[in-house]
Design a protein around this ligand. Sequence first.
Ligand SMILES: [Fe+2]
Length: 132
Amino acid sequence: MGAFADPFYGNVPDRKMTVSELIRALRLNIAAEEEATALYEAHADATDNPIAKKVLLDVANEERVHVGEFIELINILTRCEEEAWIANGAVEVREMAEEVARGDLNPANPFEKAEKESPECINELTVGSLKP
Ligand SMILES: [Fe+2]
């Protein structure tokens, strides 16, 4: 687990955290919950024991609830700014999903774009030739 930029990681500070430090600590907590979820799912996938599989997946789902709790707490501490960023990300993904559904190529990939526009010269492209 990466410690991100948390100056208090592994230490108990001799003062209380500021709000911004608390938000960073909560982001680290979210990462820990996500890591735990991935670990429990991997262990569930790696066993045929039905009881162990059921317990591991149940605990993995509890970690997802904890992620939601931390996200909501960050949202409260940021006065709903976090919710706006997350909603913006959701809109971006929906737009990309619509592009994919229409059969559009990924405009972020210049080689795909160039191939679509002039397939005959795709082999002439270099990284340097793609610079604006
Ligand atoms: Fe948890």
